[in-house]
Design a binder for this molecule. Structure first.
Ligand code: ATP
Length: 230
């Protein structure tokens, strides 16, 4: 028997100003799972994550978090162990790396276990770190708090492939530790290399859901859906 999903959407529709952008989405992520959410620009990936996070209210359907109805606010969901990660880094550039880590819910030591390469930069001003180092700092701070549900939106925007791989491996490790990870990522092959399963959105609907292993063998099944338009 499979464990209950940590986050689940059933028949979910959502959008802006009452106009649906995503329609009738069924999506569940279980403890220990990392799921990639893909699709062309405008397909509705960010809207899906924001709705699962509680930032956008559903127009239809429902979201459950940890087996209970979603508290319908990101603030409350975060207190239950949900983390929403965006590409904006969310670090304080004028503070040192160490002070940025201290602002998190986890310990500095735990963040350094996740990204040991940050240790030598702990006393540097964060704004002087590279984009990749800042994103590792931001992710390390969040993962150190051991969130149960992680929704990650294009963390790797503008970062070098080697850094992207480090971020993906850290998310993979969090899933292996029991978190449910849902990941929007432009680098589809790289994400498929580490994910368990993938969903592809096209025009606000789930057009394909398959094990990542299957899509690694047939990447054209994903790319064809990007060409079908958003
Ligand atoms: P991208 O890769 O470009 O971020 P996406 O798949 O994440 O694409 P969304 O960001 O969810 O797609 O956007 C889907 C649609 O919703 C787009 O057509 C966009 O114009 C529209 N949209 C996004 N944010 C808003 C908003 N705040 N108000 C109105 N429409 C919005």
């Amino acid at each position: 028997i499979r464990a209950e999903p940590l986050i689940e959407a059933v028949g979910l529709s959502a959008g802006y100003h009452g106009n649906p952008i995503i329609n009738d989405i069924d999506l569940a992520v279980h403890a220990g799972e990392m799921v990639g959410l893909f699709g062309a620009n405008g397909a509705g990936k960010t809207t899906t994550l924001l709705t699962l996070a509680g930032e956008i209210s559903p127009l239809g359907g429902s979201v459950s978090l940890l087996g209970a109805p979603h508290p319908k606010s990101l603030f409350k969901a975060a207190r239950q162990g949900l983390a929403l990660l965006t590409d904006d880094r969310a670090v304080f550039p004028a503070l040192t790396a160490r002070d940025n880590l201290r602002l998190g819910q986890g310990t500095v030591g735990r963040a350094i276990e996740i990204f040991p390469e940050l240790e030598e930069h702990l006393d540097r001003v964060t704004g002087l770190l590279s984009g990749g180092q800042q994103q590792m700092l931001s992710l390390g701070r969040i993962l150190a708090a051991k969130p149960k549900v992680i929704l990650a939106d294009e963390l790797s925007l503008g970062l070098a492939p080697l850094v992207v791989k480090r971020l993906l491996l850290a998310l993979r490790a969090a899933a292996d530790d029991g978190a449910a990870v849902l990941l929007v990522e432009q680098h589809v092959p790289l994400a498929l290399a580490h994910a368990d399963r993938a969903c592809v959105l096209a025009r606000g609907r789930i057009a394909l859901e398959a094990p990542a292993a299957e899509l690694r063998e047939h990447p054209e099944r994903v790319s064809d859906l990007y060409l079908s338009g958003s």
